[in-house]
Write a protein that binds this ligand. Structure first.
Ligand SMILES: Cc1ncc(COP(=O)(O)O)c(C=O)c1O
Length: 440
């Protein structure tokens, strides 16, 4: 098919997410391998965002392709959710062994939003409480309830939504500051949170959802002591902690799960994306033992036609084997240091770089308009400088997401040091454009 015809048909007969379809300029992709995407004309593009921060092991890994073929050949592709299958047994045991602490029981979904939807249900059914807390700088999925969990502007057009969702300020909100250093930020934010809990009525709150490391809304690692403090505060009030690790889980931050950096274990963890590296749509909700025990005796009021789909589970199994056996979590931790050094170099060199943040290979660079740190594009807005930067990346064969005044640095975890430096060399050149707009 001719590339333009392909684009036209996609635009004529499909809707593109979060966009007016007419305004979309889709990237034509024919195939992908490792860290590279290839257009139909053969142009090579570095995938500097792992598509949706999700292709953790890299594209077209032969072991996963082989596992898909094997599962198809086995004659077990799909059976109803009430069935027991070998792949379901194997993967669940593997997850129980790998996910830290007492999280040993899993409910499979098709993606991240459904994992969070089911975590809302599980928390409400287990605690008998209905309110759910979440934070403004967050994205938790596009389904009805997850849109209300979500803090970012994608929620606005989806309001009013279901009642009972309370959003609070993050430890690092957009302009307001809870303090000068991590210790002060943590203490003040948790004190503020406890006051919100008091006003809402602790006995009415089932759970608080957090992205352990905030993803789309800033790649914001929690300040020192926050996770442990939050864990203690919520437990004291009988409120469950749900860590949404849909984006930050499965090695992205240099540990298998981001909550390991804080030395805590949540009551519920949700995951998707890196669970299969997006070779198949699959998510999961992981329950700690007391909650799982509750559902041994009480009905879990949730279900999906494709719950525990054998083919999807086989993909997850092979993907996890690759991630672990090829040392990709360790690679993310090691190359995270190279990314840190590159971000520091670029901050030093380019006046328009405000700061770079990263945990492992989970990174973002903020671009500023002036010395007071005003973002190069406003919250939820665009600017000529950022649009030109995006166009430059595309022209130079670097795929990433520009988000308002920032851009993402999230390559597949199989990237080599040489490839990472190649990507940052393009970023370096691009930042000369935003420097032109820096007002001093
Ligand atoms: C942190 C987080 N939670 C949930 C979701 C929703 O996942 P899905 O799009 O698979 O429903 C996403 C997707 O980007 C996410 O980043």
């Amino acid at each position: 098919m001719d590339t333009q015809e392909m684009i036209d048909l996609c635009k004529r007969h499909t809707l593109f997410s979060w966009s007016a379809t007419g305004a979309v300029d889709p990237l034509p992709i024919a195939r992908a391998e490792g860290i590279f995407l290839y257009t139909p004309s053969g142009e090579r593009i570095i995938d500097f965002n792992s598509q949706l921060m999700s292709v953790n092991i890299g594209h077209s890994h032969p072991r996963v392709i082989e596992a898909i073929k094997r599962q198809l050949d086995s004659g077990l592709i799909y059976t109803f959710p009430g069935s027991a299958t070998e792949v379901r047994a194997r993967l669940a045991k593997k997850l129980a062994d790998l996910v830290p602490g007492d999280i040993n029981t899993f409910f499979f979904t098709l993606g991240g939003a459904e994992a969070n939807e089911n975590a809302i249900k599980a928390a409400r059914l287990y605690t008998g409480r209905h309110k759910i807390l979440s934070r403004y700088r967050s994205y938790h999925g596009a389904t009805h309830a997850c849109m209300q969990l979500t803090g970012d502007p994608r929620r606005w057009a989806n309001e009013p939504g279901a009642p009972g969702f309370i959003r609070v300020m993050d430890p690092r909100p957009y302009r307001f500051s809870f303090g000068a250093d991590d210790k002060e930020i943590t203490e003040n934010n948790l004190e503020y949170l406890e006051e919100v809990i008091m006003y809402e009525g602790p006995e009415t709150i089932a759970a608080m959802f957090i992205e352990t490391v905030t993803g789309t809304n800033g790649i914001l690692p929690p300040p020192e002591g926050y996770l442990a403090g939050l864990r203690e505060l919520l437990s004291r009030h009988g409120i469950l902690l749900v860590c949404d690790e849909v984006m930050c889980g499965w090695g992205r931050t240099g540990k298998l799960f981001a909550f390991e950096h804080g030395g805590i274990v949540p009551d519920i963890v949700t995951m998707a994306k890196g669970l299969t590296s997006s070779y198949a749509p699959l998510g999961a909700m992981g329950l700690s033992d007391p909650i799982a025990q509750h559902f041994q005796d009480h009905v879990f009021w949730g279900g999906l036609t494709y719950n525990a789909h054998a083919l999807m589970l086989a993909v997850a199994e092979a993907n996890i084997d690759v991630l672990l056996e090829e040392g990709l979590v360790e690679n993310a931790a090691r190359l995270g240091k190279v990314m840190r050094a590159e971000m520091d170099r670029l901050t030093e060199k380019h006046p328009s770089v405000k700061e770079g943040r990263n945990v492992g290979l989970f990174g973002m660079i903020d671009v500023q308009k002036n010395a007071s740190g005003e973002p190069m594009a406003p919250y939820n807005g665009k600017s000529e400088a950022m649009t030109r930067l995006g166009a430059f990346f595309r022209e130079r064969g670097l795929f990433t997401f520009i988000r308002w005044g920032s851009f993402m640095c999230n390559p597949p975890l199989c990237i080599t040091e040489e490839q990472l430096l190649e990507a940052f060399a393009i970023v370096d050149e691009g930042l000369a454009i935003t420097d032109e707009y820096y007002e001093g």
